[in-house]
Design a protein around this ligand. Structure first.
Ligand code: AMP
Ligand code: TRP
Length: 327
């Protein structure tokens, strides 16, 4: 039996290369070896207010990103979370074993409470990690390939799975996060102490997957660097380290190999080469995305939902029986 992986992304904003490198690039590699399920998590997206037409458009866009990045629907199941109602049902059941302090200590909730005040946090956002736990454990997932910021959520999924098993008997597989050191936390181009983020104030923080060549060149040129002039990969030079990581992950080289390429050269040479490496990835990717019709993608999503639904239904039935529901 192949091991199962599950992951998802919210259709709530433009994706950037941090999302691609931290999550999707790993999915593409892992699909060869694992039984893979990838989800567009629209129910997570609505934990902050969304415009309905935009949500619909972005949901399809995320699916197109998965496909254009190389996720192969013949090898994996790709689907929309809200198509499979078992996610919401299991989340409700998990709510009855999750504790308020466990959710209060989640970074996402704490950040939002500090930023906008606790009064403005919706119950759905508070409960977000429980729905994510349901997504994962519904499918007996073993590995969850994500960026570093999601590890805390996976810890909670593990905790809830263990708690349920303890209370009601062996039911869920205990999942683990899958990350890679070089890609789990791609930092902002304008500030290498903070992660690259779509909610950053300046667009010079990130390279969006939709950026054109000129924008990429402009943004990389403006990216902050460290003192010194040599291209070296080291913890003392966090800005450069981040740029070398991006280069190496997109050009399939080790950071050492990238260093070697630029011996005797300076930041300007390195930055213009990096911009071209990014463009060489983005241009064909964007072309593949543009070629995907909505109809074709919807059909793939429907087929994906059908494939996963039988797994979800079976697991939920087992859960319902164990807790005493008449099924
Ligand atoms: P998001 O849409 O930002 O919630 O993230 C979607 C996926 O991308 C998740 O697996 C995140 O952990 C990952 N991710 C987001 N930002 C970064 C980043 N700066 N570096 C690496 N991975 C990231
Ligand atoms: N919380 C994740 C993010 O913001 C998205 C997500 C929802 C997810 N459910 C998931 C990721 C299940 C992995 C597995 O990126």
């Amino acid at each position: 039996m192949k091991k199962r992986i599950f992951s998802g992304i919210k259709p709530s904003g433009d994706l950037h290369i941090g999302n691609y490198l931290g999550a999707i690039q790993n999915w593409v590699a892992l699909q060869e070896e694992y039984d893979s399920i990838f989800c567009v998590v629209d129910m997570h997206a609505i934990t902050v207010p969304q415009d309905p037409a935009t949500l619909r458009k972005r949901t399809l866009e995320i699916a197109k990103i998965y496909l254009a990045a190389g996720i192969d629907p013949k090898k994996c199941s790709i689907f929309i979370q809200s198509y499979v109602s078992e996610h919401a049902e299991l989340a409700w059941i998990l709510n009855t074993i999750a504790k308020i302090p466990e959710l209060e200590k989640m970074t996402q909730f704490k950040d939002k409470s500090v930023k906008d005040g606790k009064e403005s946090v919706l119950v759905g956002l508070f409960d977000y990690p429980v729905l994510m736990a349901a997504d994962i454990i519904l499918y007996d997932t073993q590995l969850v390939p994500v960026g570093k910021d999601q590890k805390q959520h996976i810890e909670l999924a593990r905790e809830l799975a263990q708690r349920f098993n303890y209370k009601f008997g062996e039911t869920f597989v205990i999942p683990e996060a899958y990350t890679k050191k070089e890609s789990e936390n791609i930092m902002g181009l304008d500030d290498p102490t903070k992660k690259m983020s779509k909610s950053a104030k300046s667009e010079y923080n990130y390279i969006a997957l939709s950026d054109d060549a000129e924008t990429v060149r402009k943004k990389i040129k403006k990216a902050v660097t460290d003192s010194g002039s040599e291209i070296v990969y080291s913890d003392d030079k966090p800005a450069l380290k981040n740029l070398i990581n991006i280069y190496s992950l997109l050009d399939n080289k080790t950071p050492k190999e990238v260093e070697t390429l630029f011996v005797g050269k300076g930041y300007a040479d390195f930055k213009s080469a990096l911009a071209e490496v990014i463009i060489q990835f983005l241009e064909p990717f964007q072309k593949r995305m543009a070629e995907l019709s909505d109809e074709k993608v919807l059909k793939i999503l429907e087929d994906g939902a059908k494939k996963v639904q039988s797994i979800a239904k079976k697991k939920l039935e087992e859960v319902k029986k164990k807790i005493g529901f008449i099924v």
